[in-house]
Design a protein around this ligand. Structure first.
Ligand code: G3D
Ligand code: MG
Length: 180
């Protein structure tokens, strides 16, 4: 007889990347599916929750996602990094397609996470893909960076919603399908 237990999982994920790449907007879009273009300047970290359902064998799984958002990237101190990244099972590494430097800076962000978490699934996001006229990051650029970390990438827009759901769902899938 086949067992049809839906699996339940709790996962912690973190978003990393330079200031103003769109991390907070991506989370807001994913949580509420709406784009709010007010900038909220807060210090510390903000934690959001969302449950998602993944299809799969044995009835699929319910994933309870806890999503950590960095606030005040500029003054983000070493000591805070420990607490912020501790126990993270997956990472969304976000850059802004209109600023190539934000892609180059992701290497350092990813290294900082991996130092605390060890190897966990990472997904690279080239955000603000709606700003086609201001594009400064090519697909080859983002692919090269992602491949260097053996990670996938997606072009996203928190403004139009392009690939936002997918970005979180794919990361959840990568986490759920890891051998434990
Ligand atoms: P951060 O959390 O990474 O620091 P935010 O970035 O989510 O606060 O976003 C920074 C700015 O980028 C905001 O603009 C926000 O509206 C804008 N933004 C975020 N995502 C997108 C996107 O996909 N497309 C476009 N066009 N803009 C985006 P303001 O002007 O409010 O500072
Ligand atoms: Mg933010």
């Amino acid at each position: 007889m086949m067992k049809m237990d839906r699996q339940k999982m709790k996962v912690k994920i973190c978003l990393v990347g330079e200031g103003a790449v769109g991390k907070t907007c991506l989370i807001r879009r994913f949580i509420q599916d709406q784009f709010d273009d007010r900038y909220i300047s807060t210090l510390g970290a903000k934690v959001s929750k969302k449950e998602i359902k993944l299809d799969g064998p044995n009835g699929g799984s319910d994933i309870d996602m806890t999503i950590w958002d960095i606030m005040g990237e500029k003054g983000f101190r070493e000591l805070l990094k420990e607490a912020y990244f501790h126990g993270a099972q997956g990472v969304l590494a976000v850059c802004d397609v209109t600023r190539k430097q934000t892609l180059e800076d992701l290497g350092e962000w990813v290294a900082a996470v991996v130092k605390v978490t060890g190897n966990v699934p990472i997904q690279f996001l080239a955000n603000k893909a709606d700003l086609k006229d201001e594009m400064d990051v090519t697909e080859a650029d983002i692919r090269r960076t992602a491949e260097a970390h053996h990670a996938p990438y997606l072009f996203t827009s928190a403004k139009t919603g392009q690939n936002v759901e997918d970005a979180f769902a794919k990361l959840a899938k990568m986490i759920a399908s890891r051998p434990s």
